[in-house]
Design a binder for this molecule. Structure first.
Ligand code: ZN
Length: 77
């Protein structure tokens, strides 16, 4: 149960505004390298975008079509 709880929001999306890329990460260590910078936020969008946390692909897809439909949707892993 505890493990389930911890893993609840396991998907990360890298929204990159300069390159118009919407990259989905479901299972990799690359996401561990993410960090908050002046232009990129964690769980918030800054000038150049940010990393957003989601609990399902369905949630990601509706967020994408509602907000970033013009971006290139890429599934990293
Ligand atoms: Zn990945």
């Amino acid at each position: 149960m505890l493990e389930l709880f911890k893993r609840k929001k396991k998907f990360w999306v890298n929204v990159d505004i300069p390159t118009k890329m919407f990259t989905v990460h479901t299972n990799c260590t690359y996401e561990n390298k993410k960090s908050e910078t002046d232009y990129k936020g964690i769980n918030r969008i800054k000038r150049d975008g940010g990393w957003l946390n989601f609990s399902s692909i369905k949630e990601i897809e509706s967020f994408y079509s509602e907000n970033y439909e013009t971006f290139f949707y890429k599934k990293h892993c």
